[in-house]
Write a protein that binds this ligand. Structure first.
Ligand SMILES: Cc1cc2nc3c(=O)[nH]c(=O)nc-3n(C[C@H](O)[C@H](O)[C@H](O)COP(=O)(O)O)c2cc1C
Length: 208
């Protein structure tokens, strides 16, 4: 089947995207509002951009009612956020934070996750997360205007916090991290079943 996205409702195109772009890493983003209310929400349109400087991105989509997510409003107001990496042992709590709570609700309280102070940004870190990245806003790019449109937030990581037992000479042990990824709908994947492909060296490929 060949699909021209212009012929279909954005909700169907969304299903194509979340079913095709798998597995997706999850940015569990903590922010504070202009009034100092804490916010915590997961975003799986998330990735790294480059390491010098260390840039990450995540995207928030416009809700069905046309409203923007609290996370985006807070980042626009404060220019700061923290990305917390999600491990399997607090997946349930992460899921609670995906509920559409009003802006004056603190998802740390709703989920029972523990806020701890950051070094360089006002947004707290999630203590249960084994890797936390304090970020300063670089740029936000908006796409589309109505429901299903989105905004991509680019941030520079100004501080990494990584549990000591995960690290060996800057290599992170995935067995200890136990990160989860998002598939379509309510389905997640573990990162415990892995295999290696060593990249080819000069002279190893036939026509090169
Ligand atoms: C694992 C997971 C990944 C999600 N990824 C996204 C995403 O990439 N973009 C988005 O706008 N919403 C995403 N959501 C939904 C938001 O988490 C949800 O709308 C949340 O209420 C936003 O909270 P906020 O308004 O406090 O920012 C995701 C939900 C889950 C459970």
């Amino acid at each position: 089947m060949t699909i021209d996205p212009k012929d279909y409702d954005y909700s169907n195109i969304y299903k194509l995207m979340i079913g095709s772009i798998v597995p997706r890493p999850i940015a569990f983003v903590s922010t504070v509002s202009r009034d100092g209310i804490r916010n915590l929400a997961p975003f799986s349109f998330f990735n790294g951009v480059c390491s010098n400087p260390p840039i990450v991105l995540f995207s928030t989509v416009i809700r069905k009612d046309g409203g923007h997510k609290d996370t985006l409003n807070n980042v626009e107001a404060t220019k700061e956020f923290v990305i917390n990496i999600v491990s399997e042992d607090f997946g349930e709590e992460m899921n609670i934070c995906s509920f559409d709570f009003p802006p004056d609700v603190d998802e740390f309280k709703e989920s029972g996750l523990t806020p701890i102070p950051s070094d360089l940004v006002k947004a707290p870190r999630v203590q249960e997360s084994r890797i936390q990245m304090e970020c300063k806003l670089v740029q936000i790019i908006h796409f589309g205007q109505g429901p299903g449109g989105g905004s991509t937030v680019f941030g520079e990581v100004v501080r990494f916090h990584i549990q000591d037992q995960l690290l060996d000479n800057f290599k992170i042990d995935p067995d200890k991290l136990q990160a989860i990824g998002r598939m379509g709908g309510p389905t997640y994947t573990r990162t415990m079943d892995r295999f290696d492909l060593v990249r080819p060296k000069a002279g190893e490929l036939k026509n090169v």
